[in-house]
Design a protein around this ligand. Structure first.
Ligand SMILES: [Zn+2]
Length: 337
């Protein structure tokens, strides 16, 4: 199966789009993050992704598929499998009818367990299209339990100093994981309203949070931590609404804290403390997942081309697709297509 990357993954032989960013008649949406979605006429997605996108897709005729439930088209069938990245996130396994060839598109995956997401399922395939967000060898995260224990230590110290701690995590997925960890550790939590709304949707999708949480209203108890998305708007809002007399300390929770300092645009300025914790697979997890899936051909998408280069050195037929593909990717691609 030929694979094209053009603001989404396209399988021209089957005329099938996966995570297209332009509106299509029919396309798979792997998960609810906005860099994987468009308002397709007939999106294929899991019930929990539909729940998270219900307002966004209100004019669409969604086709919801439970994990493992097949959707049969004339030339292929699709099944969705847990990706471990956020609630409802899915990998798509496309099986071509003519020859039984199986292509797995991972979307965004996370190998380490999450307290709230459906755990990643390892799905074997012939062709693997895998994300490469942290596909550089310097992005290796510490064990999650260590990162969480460090966060608890830092936040406790700030509270003891009389400061108002603010944990920063993206609004959908990361923030709800942080919320779960903070409540498990015994903190009280006041959230930005958007984070609160998504957390309530997670509850509708079957997630239980181990304690109460509320929307931040300008007050904060002595043992309370704020939870906001990263970015300038959050800092401005908090500085205008914080309880008088309490200095604010920011803890950013991001995989970019693990690497050599290169950050994507929009990740905001660093916090007073940074913890490498991510809802994505790190470099070692990506390599381990490829080995577990054992594909004959690999295409890497999003992120760094370094993953494909390492996989080639390991003997895999691997190519990075996208505008940052290297000359080696383009040369190597010829015999693959
Ligand atoms: Zn994502």
């Amino acid at each position: 199966m030929n694979v094209v990357f053009d603001r989404g993954v396209y399988l021209p032989g089957l005329d099938l789009w996966l995570d297209a960013l332009r509106k299509q008649d029919f396309a798979v949406i792997s998960h609810a993050h906005s860099d994987h979605t468009a308002r397709h006429a007939r999106p294929v997605l899991t019930p929990n992704t539909q729940l998270l996108l219900s307002e966004y897709l209100r004019k669409s005729q969604s086709v919801t598929l439970e994990y493992g439930e097949p959707l049969d088209a004339s030339d292929y069938s699709i099944t969705l499998h847990p990706a471990g990245h956020c609630l409802g996130s899915a990998q798509a396994l496309v099986t071509q009818r003519s020859d039984g060839a199986r292509l797995l598109y991972t979307g965004d995956i996370r190998v380490q367990p999450s307290p709230i997401n459906e755990p990643l399922e390892t799905v074997s395939c012939d062709t693997l299209v895998i994300e490469s967000t942290y596909g550089r060898p310097d992005y290796v995260f510490p064990p999650q339990a260590d990162a969480v224990a460090n966060a608890v230590r830092v936040l406790t110290a700030w509270l003891e100093q009389g400061a108002l701690p603010v944990a920063l995590g993206w609004r959908l997925g990361k923030a709800q994981e942080i919320l779960h960890h903070l409540l498990s550790a015994g903190f009280r939590v006041a959230c930005e309203d958007g984070i609160y709304d998504v957390a309530r949707k997670y509850e509708d999708g079957g997630v239980t949070f181990p304690g109460p949480y509320r929307i931040f209203d300008g007050t904060a108890a002595d043992d309370e931590v704020l939870l906001f998305p990263p970015g300038r708007k959050s800092r401005e809002y908090i500085s205008q609404h914080r309880p008088p007399g309490r200095p604010v300390r920011y803890l950013e929770v991001t995989g970019w804290a693990a690497g050599s300092g290169r950050r994507p645009w929009g990740s905001g300025r660093p916090g007073d403390a940074s913890l490498p914790y991510s809802d994505h697979a790190d470099f070692n997890d990506l390599i381990a997942y490829v080995q577990a899936v054992h594909p004959r051909r690999i295409f890497t998408v999003f992120g760094f081309p370094d993953l494909a280069e390492r996989l080639r050195r390991m003997g895999y037929a691997a190519v990075h697709l996208g505008k940052n593909a290297t000359a080696a990717d383009r040369e190597y691609q010829m015999p693959l297509l």
